[in-house]
Design a protein around this ligand. Structure first.
Ligand code: ATP
Ligand code: MG
Length: 562
């Protein structure tokens, strides 16, 4: 396997902060957490956060908690919880006994809310959503105090209890923190910290009909778990004063520190769970694990290795400013991994039959093929050869230009690991479509070189027609044609879906060794890219291979040409 870039010296500002905190004795050990909301599957952006939080814990011999931030019933489910756990494990990380749910803290969070009310720092407010927005003010204007702001503690306690007991209707009131309606930070203008929501929760059922808001729940969950460094993405920078306010006001025994890092953005894709959900629900893709989706489960099914994703996260680094990462960087990460490790095989994607007329009908032989030409230690295998073989349709051209070093009448090419063959004749069907080539081979060129030293430039791949195994092949391209599909003001991101993102080939023929391929195997089909079995649809009778990635970045070439 590829080794991870485990650094000796801190490589980013967060690791630097942690190293300093350990050195100064501020912390004897550290605790991080990864806090997904179970309202969808994880995507490559989450992988960045997972590699950061679990990676830091691993490097420091410390713990990282997996905490489900499940405070929004209705959108959340146990199915998502299980998928997220599987994805974190697959990426190579483990939370050990530290699996938590914000919903486990509902009772304690409720008590904290009562404490806030008791300290005169929270109140039940009956403004409706529109009024609340109006009272909040704008970036340039301060807000106005709610008419309910100065209720007595006793009154607030009674009302909050009624909220909890389901005596008040959804939307009629909410519990708000009493901070400062004139704060330049709008999030500090008396934010809502509890709302009424008469929705069953996937873990607590109907026990609760009030649920805490993120800003109240998150800092207290961190505190209860004694998290030392609470790492989140930059959009939470303005939430930090609120995070600190809640903990300070409640005078909690420990006060985790929040640090923000830049979220991962990749071009030619969308990265928000809401949009990914939309792709799934509107059937633009075949599911959360569609190999074109940049979800962890999609990447896994596509054939990405956990190591390639961890390396990708190491390569992109951890900055404090938002930036775009080119999709090619992700593709290169898996290419680099597979280039090292994937055995080479022969597979013809779009077959064209070739009959070698001077090769005896009843003859067969086995030829030695290298599993990795640059790595002799990966050994060799035998591939069968006979009178009828398949080659790639695109390796033949009728009116070939001079520099076409492949098959055309009168031209000689090398069949990889086999013989030199010369094309003699083209057979067409009634529509003029080329359906077969007649070639002759030179028996003196076994292995692919001519004893007389004559030069043959082109080498093509092939598969024995008698021995090859039929397979379905799925070729993928990027899901979107636009670099930033969700940043167009006029158009919905789905308008930029690439109509050619999936190309299914039903008649491909592969060398017989691939009959033994397992779900874990990944191969380079010579000249065609890297492939693996599709974990969902492939069967022994009907093998289905996904192309993980092409051999080269074809998009780069295209943009260069423009
Ligand atoms: P999305 O915006 O895609 O819906 P989210 O932030 O709502 O994602 P959460 O389940 O709340 O999803 O995220 C869990 C953790 O993953 C958070 O700490 C969040 O900051 C982090 N995370 C989410 N998206 C990214 C990203 N693109 N890059 C880095 N970290 C991310
Ligand atoms: Mg979120």
């Amino acid at each position: 396997m590829t080794t991870d870039n485990t650094p000796e010296k801190p490589v980013d500002f967060i690791r630097q902060i942690i190293a300093d905190d350990l050195k100064s004795g501020k912390h004897r050990t550290i605790v991080t957490r990864f806090p997904p909301e179970p309202n969808g599957f994880l995507h490559i952006g989450h992988a960045k956060s997972i590699c950061l939080n679990f990676g830091i814990a691993r490097e420091n011999n410390a713990t990282c908690h997996l905490r489900f931030d499940d405070t929004n019933p209705g959108k959340e489910s146990t199915e998502y919880v299980e998928a997220i756990k599987a994805d974190v494990h697959w990426l190579g990380f483990d939370w050990g006994e530290h699996l938590y749910y914000a919903s486990d803290y509902f009772e304690q969070l409720y008590d904290f809310a009562i404490q806030l009310i008791g300290r005169g720092k929270a109140y039940v407010c009956h403004l409706n959503a529109d009024e609340m927005r109006e009272y909040r003010g704008t970036l340039t204007e301060p807000g106005k105090n709610s008419p309910y702001r100065d209720r007595t503690v006793e009154e607030n306690l009674v009302l909050f209890e009624q909220m909890k007991n389901g005596e008040l209707d959804e939307g009629t009131c909410a519990l708000r923190a009493k901070i400062d309606m004139a704060s330049p930070n709008i999030l500090m203008r008396d934010p809502v910290i509890y709302r009424i929501m008469k929705t069953s929760h996937h873990r607590t059922g109907d026990t609760w009909c009030i649920y805490p808001m993120y800003d109240f729940c998150h800092c207290l969950s961190d505190m209860l778990e004694k998290i030392t460094h609470s790492l989140c993405t930059l959009e939470f920078e303005n939430n930090r004063p609120l995070y600190d306010w809640v903990l300070d006001t409640l005078e909690t025994p420990c006060h985790p520190r929040q640090y923000e890092f830049a979220r991962l953005n990749i071009n030619y894709t969308v990265m928000s769970k809401r949009k990914l959900l939309q792709l799934v629900e509107k059937n633009h893709v075949l599911g959360w694990d569609d190999p074109r989706m940049l979800t962890i489960s999609g990447l896994r099914r596509r054939g990405y290795t956990p190591a390639s994703i961890r390396n990708f996260c190491a390569v992109i680094g951890m900055g404090k400013r938002d930036s775009w990462i080119d999709m090619g960087v992700l593709e290169n990460a898996i290419r680099d991994d597979l280039n090292e490790h994937a055995p080479r095989v022969l597979g013809v994607l779009r077959p064209l039959k070739v009959v070698i007329t001077n090769y005896p009908e009843d003859q067969e032989e086995e030829l030695v093929a290298q599993n990795h030409p640059q790595k002799p230690e990966m050994g060799t295998r035998m591939v069968p050869f006979c009178r009828e073989i398949y080659v790639e349709e695109t390796d033949f051209m009728e009116d070939a230009p001079r520099k076409f070093f492949r098959l055309s009448v009168g031209r000689e090419v090398r069949l990889r690991y086999a013989y030199l063959v010369t094309c003699q004749e083209v057979i067409k069907d009634e529509n003029g479509k080329v359906v077969e080539l007649r070639c002759t081979y030179d028996p003196e060129t076994r292995g692919g070189s001519a004893p007389d030293g004559r030069k043959v430039k082109g080498t093509i791949h092939w598969v024995s027609a008698r021995h090859g195994i039929p397979a379905e092949i799925r070729l993928y391209d990027r899901l979107f044609t636009a670099e930033h599909p969700d940043m167009d003001k006029e158009k919905d991101f789905t308008e930029f879906l690439n109509p050619d993102s999936l190309n299914t080939l039903h008649t491909s023929i592969l060398e017989p060794t691939l009959a033994k391929a397992t779900m874990e195997d990944r191969f380079q089909f010579e000249r065609q890219g890297y492939f693996c079995l599709d974990s969902l649809d492939s069967t022994t009778e009907h093998p289905v291979f996904n192309r993980i990635v092409t051999l080269r970045d074809s998009w780069k070439k295209m943009t260069r040409k423009k």
